[in-house]
Design a protein around this ligand. Structure first.
Ligand code: ZN
Length: 321
C-alpha cells in the first residue's frame, strides 16, 4: 500500500504512531494486527524509515538510509518473514545475535517480523526472552493477520495496533489503474484484498471465462431464451474444473449480476455488467422473479458444500432458472 494511502485508510493507526513518535513515546515493541491487504507491513517499513532516516522531514524516502531499508540492506534494520510457512528459531537467533552486537551505524535499530503468528514455539520462546530485555534504542514491529494465534505472553509485551479492513473500492481502483476491466476488478475484489493475489487470479483467466459464460447465461435468461443452451455449450469447461471454490464463485457471479439488475430496476444500479444490461427495458424487469432466482441460486450454492454431481446440478439449475 502506498504511504499516502496508509494515512487515508489507516488514519487512526498511523495517527497514533505519529503522535507517539512526536512525543518521543514510542514503545519498544509493536504488534500490527490486520487482515492481508490492510497495509500492516507497509506501515512497519514506514515506521522503520521514520526512525532511521536522518532527514528533518523523515522519512524522506530518497536518502541512502531509506533506500537501504527498502532493499533490506541497512545494518540497523532487519526484516524477518516466514521461510516456507514458518518462522524458525534460527531466524530469531540470528536477529538476537545481530541486535546484540554493537552497531556500525548510529541511531535506532528496527526489526520487523512479518506474519509473527507463523513463529514456531521455539522461535516464539526465543523472541519472548529478547522482548523481555528491551534496549531503549531497539524497536520491534511484529505484524500478524490474527493476533489470537500468537502466544499471549508475546502479545502482552507489545502495544497492539489494529488495522481496519480496507474498502473494496481501494483494490478496485488499483486494479483499474493497471488496466483491468471494471467488472473483473469488481469480481476479484470479492476474492482478495491484495493487489498481487488479485493480479494472479486475473492472469489465470478463469474469472474472465466464468464471467463471459455468466453474461451469456443471464443475457439469454432476461431475453426469455433458454439459458441451458449456454451451459451446454460450455459443459466440458465446467466439468473439467475440479476446484469447487470456482463453482461457488461462478454462482457468486450470477448472484452479483442479478443483484445489479435488481438494483437497476430500483434505480440504484452501480454501473457493473453494463454490456449485458445496457439495452434492458428496466420497466419490464420483474423484481419478484429476480428475487426468486437469487434464492434459487443460493440453494444450489449451498449444495456445493456436499458431494454433488455437478452436471446434474447445473442442468437442474439452468433448466428452470
Ligand atoms: Zn530518508
Amino acid at each position: 500500500m502506498k504511504y499516502q494511502d496508509l494515512f487515508q485508510y489507516q488514519s487512526e493507526a498511523m495517527q497514533l504512531l505519529m503522535n507517539a513518535y512526536q512525543k518521543k513515546k514510542l514503545v519498544h515493541a509493536y504488534l500490527f494486527d490486520g487482515e492481508t491487504g490492510t497495509g500492516t507491513t507497509d506501515a512497519a517499513i514506514y515506521m522503520a524509515k521514520k526512525l532511521i532516516c536522518k532527514e528533518t522531514a523523515s522519512p524522506c524516502m530518497i536518502c541512502d538510509d531509506c533506500k537501504r531499508i527498502d532493499a533490506h540492506m541497512h545494518l540497523n534494520f532487519l526484516y524477518i518473514a516466514p521461510e516456507g510457512d514458518m518462522i524458525k528459531k534460527e531466524q530469531i537467533e540470528r536477529l538476537i545475535h545481530e541486535f546484540s552486537m554493537s552497531s556500525f551505524e548510529d541511531g535506532p535499530k528496527v526489526y520487523i517480523i512479518q506474519d509473527a503468528e507463523k513463529m514456531n514455539t521455539a522461535a516464539a520462546n526465543s523472541l519472548l526472552k529478547f522482548l523481555e530485555e528491551p534496549n531503549p534504542n531497539h524497536y520491534a514491529i511484529l505484524t500478524t493477520t490474527n493476533e489470537k494465534k500468537l502466544l499471549d505472553t508475546i502479545v502482552s509485551r507489545c502495544q497492539l495496533i489494529h488495522f481496519k479492513p480496507v474498502p473494496k473500492t481501494y483494490l478496485m481502483s488499483q486494479l483499474q489503474n493497471c488496466g483491468v476491466d471494471t467488472d473483473i476488478a469488481y469480481l476479484v475484489s470479492f476474492l482478495t484484498t491484495e493487489l498481487d493475489v488479485a493480479m494472479k487470479y486475473i492472469e489465470e483467466g478463469k474469472i474472465t471465462n466464468f464471467l463471459n459464460i455468466a453474461k451469456k447465461i443471464v443475457d439469454k435468461d432476461i431475453k426469455h431464451k433458454d439459458p441451458y443452451v449456454e451451459y451446454y455449450r460450455n459443459r466440458s469447461y465446467f466439468l473439467e474444473e475440479k476446484d469447487k471454490a470456482y463453482h461457488r464463485f461462478f454462482l457468486d457471479i450470477l448472484i452479483l449480476m442479478y443483484q445489479e439488475l435488481l438494483k437497476r430496476a430500483m434505480h440504484d444500479g452501480q454501473g457493473y455488467f453494463e454490456d449485458t444490461f445496457q439495452h434492458i427495458q428496466l420497466e419490464d424487469v420483474n423484481k419478484d422473479d429476480i428475487i426468486r432466482k437469487l434464492e434459487r441460486i443460493n440453494v444450489y450454492q449451498e449444495r456445493l458444500n456436499y458431494y454433488v454431481n455437478l452436471d446434474l446440478q447445473y442442468t437442474s439449475l439452468f433448466a428452470k432458472l
